[in-house]
Design a protein around this ligand. Structure first.
Ligand SMILES: C[S@@+](CC[C@H](N)C(=O)[O-])C[C@H]1O[C@@H](n2cnc3c(N)ncnc32)[C@H](O)[C@@H]1O
Length: 208
């Protein structure tokens, strides 16, 4: 493991995070928002009307990660945005927090793997330009979400998965797969519990 990915670097980040939290700035201290904004903005530059998906919407008003809100407020109605969420209660929490943007968000209630598979089979999306896989801390489930739509990722698609370094399972199958695949370029941010960003740089054989 490189120094950049070391536990020490993560501890330094966590100390900063704790200090900001103590000052009541926890929501500003989370790393998800700037990373999501940065990469989604890059996608928007290349594709003004992208198709964006996330699995797992905001579940709690105090968690501060706020992916659904960050994505919707960055898109501002450009493209199409689907969030796949199993809990009706969490959808309600999210709708409350995303009030100004709900008309731009398609909430798909139910199991993410089932719904992604079904919608992909029904050709609901042509290409997926940006995906955040953030449903359940289970590497097998996240892998199944990815596999359900993998054929829809084209050159310049960005994928984000968190909790891939410390104590999380989400990247167990996905991270080694993407890191070994020549058509994907990956980067791991040693913040939060490790955030993996992958960009498709080439078409896989069979995509062309
Ligand atoms: C970590 S939270 C998502 C956090 C959110 N992305 C954010 O940034 O605030 C995980 C969410 O995934 C949902 N979830 C769990 N299992 C799921 C499944 N099988 N299908 C769809 N959503 C699921 C949970 O109900 C929960 O709301």
């Amino acid at each position: 493991m490189s120094i950049r990915e070391s536990r020490l670097v993560n501890k330094i980040w966590k100390a900063q995070h704790l200090a900001l939290s103590k000052l009541g700035l926890r929501s500003y201290a989370r790393a998800h928002k700037p990373i999501l904004r940065k990469y989604l903005s890059a996608v928007l530059k290349a594709t003004p009307h992208p198709t964006v998906i996330e699995t797992g919407c905001i579940r709690d008003a105090t968690e501060g990660t706020e992916s659904t809100l960050t994505i919707a407020s960055t898109l501002m109605g450009r493209g199409v945005f689907y969030t796949f969420e199993i809990s009706r209660e969490h959808i309600s929490v999210c709708q409350e927090l995303c009030k100004p943007y709900n008309q731009y968000i398609n909430y798909v209630e139910g199991d993410s793997v089932e719904n992604l598979t079904k919608m992909a089979e029904e050709d609901a999306f042509d290409t997926i330009h940006f995906a955040l896989f953030d449903s359940v801390n289970d590497g097998t489930h996240i892998w199944k979400e990815f596999k359900a739509v993998e054929h829809l990722f084209k050159r310049n698609t960005i994928i984000i998965v968190d909790d891939v370094l410390w104590g999380g399972d989400k990247g167990r199958l996905m991270r080694p797969y993407l890191e070994a695949a020549p058509e994907w370029q990956t980067k791991v941010y040693n913040v939060e519990y490790g955030i993996l960003v992958a960009q498709k740089v080439d078409e896989a054989r069979g995509d062309e």
